[in-house]
Design a protein around this ligand. Structure first.
Ligand code: FAD
Length: 322
């Protein structure tokens, strides 16, 4: 059986989910001794194809159409590729872009679509695991069809590594320009700023324990000292203290850094939904019973206003006056 996965890029960079799709795609292909085809549409496709040639990838298709994501182009290109490759499973990212074109593609191809997969298995039948009720419940959807489309949640699989020698095929999707009704004029991150916290290796995250907007400078100084990226829980964004693109969680971003430092964050289920995939979690919280300690690898049960300045100094920085 064949798996076709669609890579994602933004502003000239392949996104991590592209390599994660290669991992889950390989797992699925292995289950049936099948092939894994990866495709990249638009941008520097030749360069992207070289990077996508990771372990387990059999073929990389390049579709040289446009620079950035365009709904109409992607729908046509993915549909044409599907007809060419005839996969049993079509994988797309469960990202803003993926959720934009995946339903349209599934509709055109009359494929069942399962979104936001956190696990996928094919043991005779395709089973897709999803989360419900703010990550409290997992459900397994068994797909009653031979072929299906699935969007894959970013950060749930490790990225495929190595290099491989996959076949690279340029594919002419024969885009019907008259059906391209949208034009991409630029890219603007929601909430302003260029920072994409979902791509950060180290996140210093601030929660309501910080008390006042002015105090965020303290946590910002720790992030600077560690060469890390600043993120937050939702109340900080709701208060207008940080822009929306910094919010971690169910209604924010899913992050998978190597290190996540949660400062004055209780660990509510909606927050945890966004950061539980972090490799190492460090929590600083005065409350030893805070739920964040249920998943933290390291905990400092103390006042952040004592701990954070001490950490800044320990790492060679200078704590700001607050
Ligand atoms: C539909 C829906 C979607 C949501 N989506 C999100 C989301 O995407 N992301 C998100 O984060 N939340 C989300 N929430 C909100 C979520 O339920 C919580 O309200 C929120 O995560 C709490 O943020 P917090 O941990 O910063 O604050 P709190 O829960 O108030 O926790 C503050 C913590 O700081 C500690 N603290 C206080 N003072 C200090 C000190 N001096 N030193 C050290 N520790 C201290 C306290 O002990 C406490 O544990 C959502 C809610 C709903 C209903």
């Amino acid at each position: 059986m064949t798996v076709l996965a669609i890579a994602e890029h933004r502003r000239g960079e392949l996104r991590d989910v592209s390599f994660e799709l290669a991992t889950v795609g390989r797992e699925l292909a292995d289950a049936t001794d099948g092939d894994l085809h990866l495709a990249v549409i638009g941008g520097e496709v030749a360069e992207f194809a070289d990077r996508l040639d990771r372990e387990g990838v059999d073929v990389v298709h390049t579709v040289d159409e446009g620079e950035e994501f365009n709904h109409d182009v992607y729908v046509q290109a993915v549909t044409a590729l599907y007809d060419e490759v005839e996969p049993d499973t079509l994988l797309m990212p469960n990202s803003v872009n993926g959720l934009d074109y995946a339903p349209a593609v599934a509709n055109r191809l009359s494929l069942p679509l399962v979104t936001d997969a956190i696990d996928i298995e094919r043991d005779g039948v395709l089973s897709v695991t999803r989360e419900k009720y703010g990550s409290k419940v997992e459900t397994v959807v068994e797909v009653d069809a031979d072929r299906a489309a699935v969007t894959v949640r970013p950060g749930e699989w490790p990225p495929a590594e190595g290099t491989n020698g996959a076949e690279i095929r340029a594919f002419d999707a024969e885009i019907d320009e008259s059906a391209v009704r949208s034009t991409v004029t630029g890219f603007q991150e929601v909430g302003g700023g260029d920072v994409d916290i979902s791509e950060a290796d180290v996140l210093v995250s601030v929660g309501r324990g910080i008390e006042e907007e002015e105090n965020i400078a303290l946590v910002e100084a720790l992030a600077d000292t560690l060469d890390a990226t600043l993120s937050s829980s939702r109340p900080i964004v709701d208060n207008g203290w940080l822009p929306k693109n910094r919010q971690v969680g169910q209604s924010g971003k899913v992050v998978t850094p190597d290190v996540y430092i949660a400062i004055g964050i209780s660990g509510a289920v909606q927050h945890v939904a966004g950061m539980k995939g972090a490799e190492t979690i460090v929590a600083i919280n005065t409350d030893p019973n805070a739920p964040i300690y249920d998943l933290a690898d390291y905990g400092i049960v103390d006042d952040l206003f004592d701990v954070v300045p001490a950490l800044i100094e320990a790492f060679g920085g200078e704590p700001p006056e607050i």
